[in-house]
Design a protein around this ligand. Structure first.
Ligand SMILES: Nc1ncnc2c1ncn2[C@@H]1O[C@H](COP(=O)(O)OP(=O)(O)OP(=O)(O)O)[C@@H](O)[C@H]1O
Length: 324
């Protein structure tokens, strides 16, 4: 099998780049005929994936941001294009965890040759801001509000290093959000589920974000649906109390938390602009209207945790329930 491995050397504060020799050795040991190409900057992985139509497999070697880019490049090929593999070399690696990719490089490389790819759902986000309308795809999660604000602060202070940038960003974001900063109306499948001051709204294709915070703990990558978790205004003290509970998904029982599941999720800012992220990459600081749609079975992915059997999304698609 011919594979193109797109290595983001900047992932995990540059640790991914330093692991290139170990990556090449792991791929050789797994018997994968692979070209390893390092990206030169943001956007490069997407461009390379778009040009990789002849590869059987395109592997995102990096974190969730690298996966996001590769997914947006690969979907340009349609459903018959190369499959996606993931080697978790990033900081959070939430999508790789959802796929069941083992954290050790040797094991993860072996999985690429041993597991036939299978169709999984993707999300498609459409939003309006001052620059107009935009459309992107996401693999793992879309977030509006507090966590997108954290992602923006982290990107701004990248020079601090991943973990330090996060530690600095969370208190800054909590301080900025001590009073309600945005209000929004949220609909799932056309029905309004929330209207008021918003802390965050997370739309999960996979269950976790930020390196293991299970905001949408029951999200499944092949069920043809997106899971939603939103919280109305939280004081900093209340947010700090709830955050650790999201490591297990126990936050969903809190009275401020609303959950839902559907094919389409809409978030409309009624006061203040929305900060928006997809797979941890900041998309907008001033979104007004955001729509997320599931694209059932849109991309074939090496997913050891989901190997075998048709997912619900595929079954619904076969039954003609989806036209996307
Ligand atoms: N060669 C490069 N130099 C600098 N930045 C790059 C390069 N290639 C890609 N990037 C950018 O690096 C950023 C971070 O990548 P990625 O998300 O994969 O790693 P991470 O942040 O360590 O992991 P995670 O998102 O799982 O926490 C992305 O915004 C991506 O566009």
């Amino acid at each position: 099998m011919s594979a193109l491995v797109l290595l983001n050397p900047a992932a995990a504060d540059g640790r991914a780049g330093r692991r290139r020799p170990a990556l090449v050795a792991a791929l050789a040991a797994a018997g994968l005929d692979a070209d390893v190409v390092a990206t030169r900057g943001p956007g490069d992985a997407e461009r390379l994936a778009r040009g990789a139509g002849r590869a059987a497999l395109v592997v995102a070697a990096g974190g969730d941001g690298t996966v996001y880019e590769v997914v947006n490049g690969l979907t340009a090929h349609g459903r018959g294009g190369p499959a996606l593999g993931v080697l978790p070399l990033g900081t959070g690696d939430d999508f790789a965890s959802a796929l069941g990719v083992p954290p050790r490089l040797d094991d993860a490389a072996r999985v690429l040759t041993a597991t036939p790819p299978r169709p999984l759902d993707l999300g498609e986000v459409t939003w309006d801001d001052v620059a107009g309308a935009h459309v992107r795809r996401f693999a793992n999660a879309l977030g509006a509000g507090f966590d997108a604000h954290v992602a923006w602060l982290v990107a701004e202070t990248k020079w601090l290093g991943g973990r330090a940038a996060y530690l600095a960003a969370v208190p800054r974001a909590l301080w900025a959000w001590r009073r309600p900063t945005v209000s929004a109306r949220v609909s799932v499948g056309g029905a309004v589920v929330f209207d008021g001051p918003l802390f965050l709204c997370e739309v999960g294709n996979g269950p976790s974000v930020g390196g293991g915070f299970r905001l949408t703990p029951d999200a499944v990558l092949d069920d043809g649906l997106l899971d939603v978790c939103l919280a109305g205004h939280l004081t900093p003290t209340r947010a700090v109390r709830l955050l650790p509970r999201s490591l297990t998904g126990a936050h969903t029982a809190a009275p401020e938390v609303v959950t839902g599941r559907g094919r389409r999720v809409e978030v409309e800012a009624t006061a203040g602009p929305l900060t928006l992220h997809a797979d941890g990459e900041v998309l907008a600081l001033d979104a007004r209207r955001v729509r997320a749609d599931v694209l059932p079975g849109a991309l074939r992915v090496v997913a050891p945790a989901l190997a075998g059997g048709a997912g619900r999304g595929q079954l619904l698609m076969a039954a003609g329930e989806y036209d996307s």
